[in-house]
Design a binder for this molecule. Sequence first.
Ligand SMILES: [Zn+2]
Length: 111
Amino acid sequence: MNMMKVHDTKMKVFTRDGFTCQKCKKMFEFSDLELAHRIMKGKAARRYIRSWYQERFFEVLSEADIDRIIHHPLNLVTSCKKCNSSFNCFNNYCETEILLTKIIRAEGLGL
Ligand SMILES: [Zn+2]
């Protein structure tokens, strides 16, 4: 994502979350906040999304579609810098599945 796009996405997500870190629930200035991913960006998460989708829709998601899912505002939460280092992916399988379903619907990727 380019710098302008990142700024727009940050503004959108921070505004939605009331400039409040979703972990410690404290309010911060724009410059003290970061975007945290619910479903992480790593290889394991990409593999998980790919097979989750394939099992349900019998189709293979492109890498670009996986990027769209990972960078979707629904997958992003407001975090202060301190909390971002400890923000973990959803370990709860059910919550991850609900989140993926919402994003796939929002993006028109199959449901
Ligand atoms: Zn925090």
